[in-house]
Design a protein around this ligand. Sequence first.
Ligand code: NDP
Ligand code: GDP
Length: 345
Amino acid sequence: MAKKKALVTGILGQDGAYLTKLLVERGYEVYGAARRSASWNSWRLRDVDVERHVKFEYFDLLEYENMRRLIDRLRPDEVYNLAAQSFVGSSFEQPLYTADADAMGVLRLLEVCRGVDKAIRFYQASSSEMYGGVSPVALNETTPFHPRSPYAVAKAFGHHATVNYRESYGMHACAGILFNHESPLRGREFVTRKITATLAEMKAGAPTTLRLGNLDAKRDWGFAGDYVEAIHMMVCAETADDYVIATGQTRSVREFVLAAAAALGFELDWSGSGVDEKARDRRTGKVLVEISPEFFRPAEVHTLLGDSSKARRELGWSPKVDFDGLVTMMARADYDRVKAGQQLM
Ligand code: NDP
Ligand code: GDP
């Protein structure tokens, strides 16, 4: 039997690496859609040892004709749209680009799939940021969106476009509303990896300080390796639908710092409040963590907590890695890299 063909956009990102590993293990022919760059960076695919299995194709979410030619030539069975300007913080600085990539880029891809072959199964990487963190209860597929950043506004458009193409043209188009998911492959601009990478460097003696913004923001953090399983389940399901993927536990940035510090053998003494809050190393008195207002956002999403009972019930999905397991995995991976003399990416 011919291998199934999957086209993965954003393949050089965190989820691209874990999803590619899963697809290769399940016998897929994987095409990796990536932007041309003067400094090609495929370290995540190398980290999970799958780069050699990928057939790379140049692709940009902003370039319609290139996308159309690519999908017409490859005729993939499945398209996973993971590509995006994915950092909320940058979206306040680059709102127009973010909208072009994260909103219009989805519509371009949907339009191409509709034109080339409506039977192509389509996955859209929707985000819990669309909810805006204004509701104290666990969020599910019926909770209204209240986007609070240009990123979230654009993702909400991409989400609705995906639902609309499913309803209008009968396409197998599904959107996973994924809550924050992290791993040793997460970009360093995201708070979890920033914490584990910087603390690991400090543990190895680097003269640096971990400078953070809002320590009280809460997220429902899961492990990316678990979340790509859910993505594949959605695409393989008989009927396309939208699913919240989350652990059902929410923790603050402060709790993440404490857990990562403990995993690396630091004991923290906190003092001060607001922008003057600091955490010192109990043994040396050195300031390890301080607040820097440059990391505050114009509008903050204070709390995210997901209710993934629909995915658990209909797809049979559940997460395997819990909060403590995730933090320990990330802290140890970063410390091992530093000890091995690697520059942390
Ligand atoms: P990453 O930022 O790690 O990866 C995103 C990828 O998209 C990068 O490889 C990037 O390319 C690529 N990309 C960015 N802009 C373009 C463009 N214009 N054309 C083509 N490719 C582009 O994100 P994740 O892997 O963490 O997330 C995957 C998807 O899931 C994203 O859409 C994200 O918004 C969404 N999501 C993620 C969550 C999370 O917690 N991780 C939560 C909910 C949704 P390059 O390498 O060249 O920069
Ligand atoms: P997001 O949920 O997609 O925005 O993921 P991030 O990891 O970027 O941010 C998660 C939360 O951590 C947000 O509420 C941020 O305001 C908060 N945060 C606090 N300090 C920092 C920081 O230094 N960097 C980042 N990226 N976020 C921070």
